[in-house]
Write a protein that binds this ligand. Structure first.
Ligand code: FES
Length: 112
């Protein structure tokens, strides 16, 4: 039985603490973040306009969009301030050996 559509997207060593890494898988543009040793993944395109979150600023678990300064929590995807009012999609991640994998067919938003 399959445990979902987990895809290896980068090496564990490819993303440093406090860093953001853009990753493209087919049509999907993802942003990876490492905070507190954990790796998080969201869509990379802002929900407000066409800007890549990985071109913005990451501070703790909040990413600020480079275009208009909208902010998202990278753990929950929650839109935190204007002008963004739509959450960004998040994805589960896991480390397998020296790889980071992301679960592509399931959102993490609203899991709890
Ligand atoms: Fe991201 Fe406007 S495009 S806040």
């Amino acid at each position: 039985m399959s445990d979902g559509n987990w895809q290896a997207i980068c090496g564990d060593a490819d993303i440093e603490e406090g860093a953001m890494v853009p990753v493209e898988i087919g049509d999907l543009q993802l942003a990876l973040y490492r905070v507190g040793g954990e790796v998080f993944a969201t869509d990379n395109v802002c929900t407000h306009g066409f800007a890549l979150l990985t071109d913005g600023i990451l501070e703790d678990d909040v990413v600020e969009c480079p275009l208009h300064g909208g902010m998202f929590n990278i753990r929950s995807g929650k839109a935190l301030c204007e002008p963004v009012d739509c959450d960004v999609r998040t994805y589960r991640t896991r480390r397998v050996d020296d790889r980071i994998e992301v679960l592509l067919d399931q959102s993490r938003n609203g899991d709890v």
